[in-house]
Design a protein around this ligand. Sequence first.
Ligand SMILES: Nc1nc2c(ncn2[C@@H]2O[C@H](COP(=O)(O)OP(=O)(O)OP(=O)(O)O)[C@@H](O)[C@H]2O)c(=O)[nH]1
Ligand SMILES: [Mg+2]
Length: 711
Amino acid sequence: MKVYKTSEIKNIALVGGAKSGKTTMAEAMLMEGKMINRRGSIEDKNTVSDYKPIELEREHSVHSSLLHTLYDNKKINLIDVPGFADYVGETIAALNVCDTALLMINGQSGVEATTETAWRQTEKAGTPVVFAVNQMDHQGANFETAFNSIKDYFGDKATVVQYPVNTGEGFDTIIDLVLMKQLKFKDGGGEPEISDIPAAEADKAEALHLKLIENAAEGDEALMEKYFENDTLTIEEMREGLRLGLITRTIFPVMVSAAKHGIGVSRILDFISKSCPLPTDMPARKTTDGKEFGCKTDNPAALFIFKTSIEQHLGEVSFFKVYGGEITEGMDLVNPRTGNKERITQLFCLNGKNREKVSSVFAGDIAATIKLKDVRTGDSLMDPKNADSGFESFSIPDALFTVGIKAVNSADDEKLGALLNEMHKTDPSLEIEYSRELKQLLIKSQGEFHINTVKWYLTKANGLEVDIFTPKVPYRETITKIADASYRHKKQSGGSGQFGEVHLRIQPYTEDYKKPTDFPVRGTDVHDLPWGGKLIFNNCIVGGAIDARFMPAILKGIMERMTEGPLTGSYARDIIVYVYDGKMHPVDSNEISFKLAGRHAFSTAFKSANPKIMEPIYDVEIIVPEDMMGAVMTDLQGRRGIIMGMGSKGKNQIIKAKVPGAEMARYATSLSSITSGRGTFSLKFDQYQQVPSDVQDKLLKEYEESQEEED
Ligand SMILES: Nc1nc2c(ncn2[C@@H]2O[C@H](COP(=O)(O)OP(=O)(O)OP(=O)(O)O)[C@@H](O)[C@H]2O)c(=O)[nH]1
Ligand SMILES: [Mg+2]
């Protein structure tokens, strides 16, 4: 395949509302560029982009795919991402390497929840946005309503570049406000027939043309001056204004299409080719040591891996964008994360699963390679002479939905672990963690839909039966008053016996706690516990009642009980222990005896110190449309949530609340159903708090029952 230079490359992320027509648009663009000679469709399960079995079965995208087409002697790379909110990780990765987002809108519904999600990610990534109002051939499509919803949500920098003349069935005609011409397309696409704007459209077209010129001029002072001088801009000047405005996100052009029929598609490609930024137009990329690295062929070889996928017949494929130099087959690069050398053995340009070999890839271009030794998404490969640091990666969205998983047949545990790790590799927004505390394997994800995809791969693609369940809550235990206890461990069996006696006091830890006065504190060890909170261990022994050498054993016994609290087996925290008396036996005392004595004395004291169960509390921030506030607040109260504040953000309301983790397990699903998918939320661990007494009673009972079952 031909090698394209930096100045011949455009990188477009197809993002936006779920089912707005991104994959169909990609197919139509491939048709226009003659990359395919037959148009596939979602319904016929034969698009180039949605080729994975799960996508064919479900008739929607699940993974992003890399495609490319040709227009006007330019290679236009396309990353078609899935629109469902749970796959937002794919949108984030695509926006990280693309220089423009084509944000698709369903012309029947206007801005949807998933459109907002995609928009927010373009804001975070600073990516230029072109809107395409698609599906204009639908009876229910309405350009004005869709455009107004764009302006409502995303501001009046959204600017009409084209509008449809005959929306609905048979839609084929567009007014182009750059050319100031009418364009009529054939069903199937291709270049349009160009004619003058009919009289009936003249006033509307003129008014919108003026608005477009004004907005296009705003991006640049020189253009503004020209506009004031001449009262208009030439087509070339307008295109330059659009390009500059796109880069600075001061203009968001709005186009129209019916991708399924190829209508408008060649004009969108023309717009991409003439007005969308080149890779070199975009700000330099940051490296992990805080430097900036501009996308340039003159720079040392450098590439960034934004996606990893497992493909039939190929194995692991690494997708990358080149930021410096020209990457050629046989080149040796260095991965700054590992310090290892990696050889580029083969280079591919892709169209979904179809690949073409290419001998080299220039800065700005996106391609793929295989057989790298030890790389993962987010890694960089650099020229060996410039490999001190790689590129900063994109951030993975915080997990919103966690489940526990286990193989139905425990012989499959290892296979399950291996498959989940593979899935994490290809989708970093799925985190896999074995919780030693809960003794459960956890999957942290974006939502129930995401988990269903995991389940599909495990069961349907790999024949593995699994149980997916709500994971246990990591409770903590603590005490609320002072208590004393003693324990004598004594065993006489045959030869040498065991003897150890410990008297101790326990006290709740607070920052301003007061030491006891009835015995001296001779030594204090402060332990910051790995699960949060403190254990403060005090040696208060006088007169050699217990040898100093047995103190570590007593601490060990207490620590063991702290890791399996007496109430529910959860970790204990925030406790001060004073060992103030005891007894030894000249022959039988040993470490094990004191460990056991310490453990039992602690346990007894704990139970009489008014112990409490603590639960994790999360700071939750929820963004919802105003009319759904009431329903969301009522639901939060049912979850023992405490509202901390409210505010507004654009058209939406923000609710801040503190909610127990136990009540948040399925919140992603609940919020989505309360708000018809419009609500989004984030959550962050805040602190542990004592549970209300009714909850404590319930937990104690549950634990007792589970212990009886085990007995
Ligand atoms: N009538 C009509 N239908 C369209 C058009 N574009 C897409 N569709 C249909 O809309 C549905 C969704 O299209 P897709 O291309 O899968 O949309 P998508 O945005 O890729 O969807 P996700 O990847 O699941 O987010 C399919 O049934 C398409 O056939 C269009 O321009 N006109
Ligand atoms: Mg799709």
